[in-house]
Design a protein around this ligand. Structure first.
Ligand code: ADP
Ligand code: MG
Length: 715
């Protein structure tokens, strides 16, 4: 079938799917959808026996495991609540090492013996499931014959109802482990890392004179970028279907250079989609806040308000699913790939991260009092130390094959991890480390000898878009995540390395205090020493520039360009030491992740390479041949040379790709990943280059794939 422009007219049409979402009076509490589908604290208070409710809340506040005697009562209430909302089934939703979520549905109903069905859901059903784990990646932690895996209820992330046009489902967030207790998922290490951070931060707070805080939480507020294209184009492109990105496609005459998309007015169909997605998310208790057009045409962003790391990470998985599901109701497809269109801005995810006490004090918020500022400086210094020590691991925590097209290009942070502190904060640290205050800045320390510190008037609006890790007023923003990623591992890493650094600084503080040194001088000395030792990682200039790459090399910072370069950091000695010391992941659990991620890279590269060959051979080559025939028919020999040369080049490069795709037997693990990168991906690039040249010269109606111009601009 030849492609004709009429198809674009069809694609551009849509019928509004709105069910008057905006017609409710939102001043009426009963019309507020927020959390309507969540078994949250309010529902628990209403429905659980008072003593069970109290005990459950106490358990949650203390971060301890739940007494199994409570589980029956909770399960009973949960089932009643779910049945009232039409749920016939429940699922333990977990996050295996595939990076997405997994679910197996079980009905509440069982035969009662008299030919009827009876609904039942026990505490045991709630607390533990036993899915067959053999089909999930384990990186060798569990041999296939030990197929049993366990899912364990995570009471800190509330259960919720998932709606479908034909019914509903009770979803229970769970952890997933092998029968030997090793974590096979993304949630367990995240929870363990939150515990580790809490333990060390509370210890430090005690030394800093805080007697009240019992628990410290880490918080995460993500900003998610994504593309929306008409589903007609999506289903016309085998590359988008099987790899999530376009493997061919010439750059259109118009890209984002006119800057007319960013923050532009949102097209009606897209806004309708956003509104319905947000309604769904509000029902699920996801506190979505901000929406806007992003830089690239057809690119958008959504940002929820921050939550505790665990809940925020679960919500992020739901958010991505919701975007994908709701898009289809509007004839759109949501692309979460990091680089769906070559030459066009890719999609990332910002990970705003902080630490807060159980009474709600943000530990990275410079305060109005000297005491607050001392706390702030202590914890901020710990983060700088952690990031410098584990730069490579942070880079590895955001590594995937899609990211390799994005990081380091002129649109996303470089693959070099550095910290942007902002001018004000940098002055504070410089003043402390040199012992000389700059009298021109109110933010610097005028009199380090006295125990009085001035307030730090830090400007939260300070921005440097080119930095991968920036202090933004009261939190750090880790900007290098890819758009398709789970938040779980990057936050596990942040929490663990921060816990290690806080512990280290707390040890030093204790020694000084024991030796009779006074506060705040003891803290100031620690801040000074640590900052001087780690300031190489701080950089406030242009992270995109070539000078920075050279400067970073001089400073000895790591520049891990591709996923195979970065992943060994997951099993580096410094990683194993920190993760084992704080009981986040054992060496074996880290190795299993390394194995899984290396394998995923090689598999995805292989799929891309085979898809490139298939499209090149069966779609693009025939288009080139038809064009040649057209020219011969017309007898215009002047046109023939260019096409013939391109077709010859295509045949040649396809031959090389075919050879690269014949992967030598016996390669596995990192060798296979490196082979894929250096041979398959490299040959794909050559095929694409010729294919994209052909796209510009072959007759439009003979071109077999929707073009960038159509996918990105027809809305
Ligand atoms: P901006 O300064 O860009 O206007 P905000 O300060 O409102 O933005 O926050 C930007 C993002 O940072 C939001 O996703 C928000 O939820 C998140 N955020 C704000 N405070 C915190 C925090 N303490 N911990 C984690 N994320 C936070
Ligand atoms: Mg943004």
């Amino acid at each position: 079938m030849s492609r004709i422009r009429q198809q674009n007219v069809t694609a551009a049409q849509w019928s509004s799917n709105g069910e008057s979402l905006g017609a409710l009076d939102l001043t009426m509490p009963e019309n507020a959808a927020f959390g309507a589908n969540v078994f949250d604290e309010e529902v628990q208070r209403e429905r659980l026996p008072a003593d069970v409710y109290e005990k459950l809340q106490a358990t949650l506040a203390g971060g301890e495991a739940l007494d199994s005697s409570l589980a029956d009562a909770v399960a009973e209430a949960m089932m009643e609540w779910a049945l009232e909302r039409g749920a016939t089934h429940y699922t333990h939703m977990f996050q295996p090492l595939t990076g997405s979520t997994a679910e197996k549905h079980d009905s509440f109903f069982e035969p009662a013996g008299d030919g009827k069905l009876i609904a039942g859901f026990s505490g045991k059903d709630l607390i533990q499931g036993e899915p067959d784990a053999s089909s999930f990646p384990t990186g060798g932690v569990r041999a296939t014959f030990e197929a049993r895996g366990y899912t364990a209820w995570d009471p800190t992330s509330p259960a919720f109802i998932l709606e479908n046009p034909n019914g509903t489902l009770l979803a229970i967030p769970t952890a997933f482990a092998s029968w030997t207790g090793e974590a096979l998922d993304a949630k367990i290490p995240l929870l363990r890392s939150m515990d580790a951070l809490s333990r060390t931060a509370v210890k430090a707070l005690r030394l800093l004179g805080d007697e009240a805080t019992e628990r410290v939480y880490t918080t995460v507020g993500p900003e998610q970028e994504y593309f929306l294209i008409d589903e007609q184009y999506f289903f016309e492109r085998p590359d988008l279907i099987s790899t999530g990105r376009t493997l061919f496609g010439a750059k259109p005459p118009k890209g984002h250079e006119l800057d007319d998309h960013y923050f532009g007015s949102i097209p009606e169909r897209v806004l309708a989609f956003m509104m319905e997605s947000e309604l769904e998310m509000r029902k699920l208790g996801i506190p979505v806040k901000t929406r806007h057009n992003e830089v690239a045409p057809a690119q958008y962003e959504i940002a929820p308000i921050f939550e505790s790391s665990n809940v925020g990470s679960d919500h992020q998985q739901l958010l991505m699913q919701t975007l994908e599901n709701v898009a289809r109701r509007y004839g759109l497809v949501c692309l979460l790939h990091e680089k769906p269109f070559a030459g066009v801005n890719g999609s990332g995810k910002h990970n705003n991260w902080s630490m807060a006490t159980d009474s709600g004090t943000n530990l990275l918020n410079p305060g109005d009092t000297p005491q607050d500022n001392i706390h702030f400086l202590f914890f901020c210094t710990a983060v700088i130390q952690a990031v410098n020590k584990h730069q490579g691991l942070l880079r590895a925590s955001v590594a995937n094959i899609g990211q390799d097209h994005r990081l380091g290009a002129n649109e996303a942070p470089p693959a070099i991890i550095s910290i942007f502190l902002g001018a004000e904060l940098e002055k504070v640290f410089e003043a402390i480390s040199t012992g000389e205050g700059d009298p021109n800045t109110p933010a610097s320390f005028l009199d380090l000898g006295s125990s009085v510190l001035p307030p730090l008037p830090l400007d939260g609006g300070d921005r440097n878009r080119t930095s991968p890790f920036a202090f933004t007023g009261n939190k750090f923003e880790f900007r290098a995540l890819g758009s398709s990623m789970s938040l779980a591992f990057p936050n596990t890493v942040l929490n663990t390395i921060a816990a290690e650094a806080i512990d280290d600084l707390a040890g030093k503080l204790k020694a000084k205090l024991d030796a009779g040194q006074e506060m705040p001088e003891a803290v100031i000395e620690i801040v000074k020493d640590s900052y001087l030792a780690n300031k190489v990682v701080c950089f406030s200039g242009d992270g995109y520039s070539e000078e920075w790459h050279q400067e970073a090399e001089r400073r000895g910072l790591k520049n891990l360009k591709t996923t195979p370069d970065a992943l060994p950091e997951v099993v580096a000695d410094s990683t194993v030491k920190a993760f084992e010391e704080y009981s986040v992941l054992s060496k074996r659990e880290l190795e299993s992740r390394y194995d899984v991620w290396v394998e995923q890279y090689a598999m995805r590269a292989n799929i891309e390479a085979e898809e490139t060959f298939s499209i090149g051979q069966t779609m693009i080559l025939p288009a080139g041949l038809r064009q040649l025939a057209l020219i011969s028919d017309a007898g215009v020999s002047a046109l023939e040379g260019e096409i013939r040369e391109l077709v010859d080049d295509l045949v040649g490069t396809l031959g090389e790709l075919k050879a690269a795709n014949a992967v030598p037997a016996g390669l596995e693990g990192m060798e296979l990943a490196e082979y894929a990168r250096d041979n398959q991906l490299a040959s794909m690039g050559a095929v694409r280059e010729v294919g994209d040249k052909l796209e510009r010269v072959v007759a439009d109606d003979l071109w077999p794939l929707p073009k960038y111009e159509e996918m990105l601009f027809i809305k």
